[in-house]
Design a protein around this ligand. Structure first.
Ligand code: NAD
Ligand code: WQD
Length: 336
């Protein structure tokens, strides 16, 4: 299938483009480069052997997106384009609602105009808010997301469900992924955010590379086995392949929700321990106060996606650490 990949030069989108190409699909990338570099396009080509079509543009430009869908004869859309900084969303909620929610609405209108009614949407475990029970199942009550970013994901899911109720000819798959980390094993693509990262793994690798003196561990007084918070870290290549697996539903009308995780929770200190075991590097850290909005523990029940789509994470935390570190070293040498 020819697939429009919005946010296609971003962290998850670029890895999805690789997975799509390797599964025999043709990814067409659209990105406004708000949080990524155009150099990713050539690097995707180095990995897959074919440089994908890339259009620098914005999902909020309905006419341009509808034209792109028609010109490139796209049969489905994989929608990664969004702003994703929790901290920034708290400071600039209207920017996030306009881009993430408004942008998704405009994208859907453009798809409708172009006669394309298959969408795979990047949702997030953040829609669950504070978990009431673990592991988290898709039928868990959707809590009160702790920040505007998480709310944009919840609102987008609601828009998709309302759209399907109004027109059941749509095929809509919502993927709630937990904490994607790592990088393609080639070291050619990975997480390369503009500005300061806030996620754990890029900060771990920057400390390991000597770009930062120490990692701040936000709290060691949580009710967990070592006092630090638990998350379900999942390799970005597994997440990418989960998106490719979701295309099996593209030609079926319906609305589906799936968790993408490993079903394994790891504490922050366990991540540091695994990083050392995988790379030989002991990352210096200091305990800092808790970070506002953090939950103590969250990890996924992935039985639904495994039984219905046949997807299961293959890579473990050691692979994530090894691949993330290789990418950090590439960033350093390539001057990216
Ligand atoms: P990213 O910032 O690396 O990628 C998002 C891409 O979208 C960027 O390249 C950015 O330039 C582009 N973009 C943003 N607004 C756009 C617009 N209006 N028009 C066109 N392009 C636009 O982020 P990511 O980590 O790859 O996340 C991809 C998707 O997955 C996002 O929707 C995010 O909310 C979701 N998600 C991410 C995580 C995570 O931890 N990384 C977890 C769960 C869900
Ligand atoms: C992981 C753990 C921190 C940095 C976020 C978004 C979520 C989703 C994934 C988009 C936490 C701890 C972190 C540091 C630390 N993104 N940490 N020191 O917060 O689980 O989820 O990214 O959908 O919406 O909220 O991920 O990587 O920021 O933090 O101790 O310098 O690492 O407290 O326990 P998080 P994270």
């Amino acid at each position: 299938m020819r697939i429009l990949v919005t946010g296609g030069t971003g962290f998850v989108g670029s890895h999805a483009a690789v997975a799509l190409a390797e599964a025999g699909h043709v990814p067409v990338l659209l990105d406004n480069l708000a949080n990524s570099q155009v150099s990713v396009v050539e690097r995707i080509g180095e990995i897959t052997g074919t440089v994908p079509v890339f259009v620098e543009g914005d999902i909020r430009d309905s006419a341009a997106v509808a034209e792109l869908l028609r010109d490139e004869e796209c049969e489905a859309v994989m929608h990664f384009a969004a702003l994703k900084s929790v901290e920034q969303s708290v400071a600039q909620p209207l920017v996030y609602y306009e881009n993430n929610v408004g942008g998704t609405r405009v994208l859907l209108e453009a798809m409708s105009r172009a006669g394309v009614r298959s969408l795979v949407f990047s949702s997030s475990a953040t829609v669950y808010g504070e978990p009431e029970a673990l592991p988290l199942r898709e039928d868990a009550s959707l809590g009160d997301p702790a920040n505007p970013y998480g709310a944009t994901k919840l609102f987008c899911e609601r828009i998709l469900l309302d759209l399907f109720r109004s027109d059941p000819s749509w095929s809509l798959v919502m993927l709630r992924y937990f904490n994607p980390v790592g990088a393609h094993p080639s070291g050619l693509i990975g997480e390369d955010p503009r500005g300061e990262p806030t996620n754990l793994m890029p900060l771990v690798t920057q400390v390991a590379a000597g770009l930062r003196p120490v990692l701040r561990v936000f709290g060691d007084d949580y009710p967990t086995r070592d006092g630090t918070p638990i998350r379900d870290y999942v390799h970005v290549m597994d997440v990418a392949e989960g998106h490719a697996a979701a295309l099996a539903l593209a030609d079926q009308p319906g609305a589906w929700v799936y968790n993408l995780g490993t079903g394994i929770g790891s504490t922050v200190l366990e991540v540091l321990g695994k990083f050392k075991a995988s790379t030989g590097i002991e990352v210096p850290y200091q305990i800092a106060p808790r970070r506002a909005g953090d939950v103590a523990a969250t990890w996924a029940d992935c039985s639904k996606v495994e039984s219905e789509l046949g997807w299961k994470a293959r890579l473990d935390l050691g692979d994530m650490c090894t691949d993330a570190w290789r990418w950090q070293q590439e960033l350093g040498t390539a001057g990216l």
